[in-house]
Ligand binder design. Structure first.
Ligand SMILES: [Cu+2]
Length: 119
């Protein structure tokens, strides 16, 4: 009986780990650093939060897929980044996180936002 419980807990832990990976589908490690695919949809920036490792360059590959939102540009104030997001084009935005923590970005009016969590 005890053994069953241990096995069950192990399976649950594995399931949780896999679910964690699934949420990170938009993040890929490349020789040049971490690549993060972000879409702009009617739901805003999707996914709105991603985790990246510290100390590596990050490339955000942002594709705006809707006209029904005011997120036509991406502003990352902490890194002096301000880029237009033309409809249907993938815009690559590069920066290297200086420290662990959250890096926030938003539309030009600072209404629709997302974040990069640096672990
Ligand atoms: Cu806005």
């Amino acid at each position: 009986m005890k053994r069953m419980i241990v096995v069950t807990i192990a399976l649950l832990a594995l399931g949780a780990a896999l679910a964690g990976c699934a949420k990170q589908q938009s993040v890929t490690e490349t020789p040049g650093g971490t690549r993060v695919a972000i879409s702009v949809t009617e739901d805003g920036f999707v996914p709105a939060a991603v985790h990246v490792p510290a100390g590596k360059p990050v490339t955000l590959a942002v594709t705006r897929k809707t006209t029904k939102t005011c997120a036509t540009e991406l502003v990352m104030a902490d890194y002096d980044i301000h880029r237009e997001l033309p409809l249907g084009e993938t815009v690559e935005i590069q920066f290297t996180p200086r420290q662990a923590g959250e890096v926030r970005y938003a539309c030009g009016m600072d209404m629709i936002a997302g974040k990069i969590v640096v672990d």
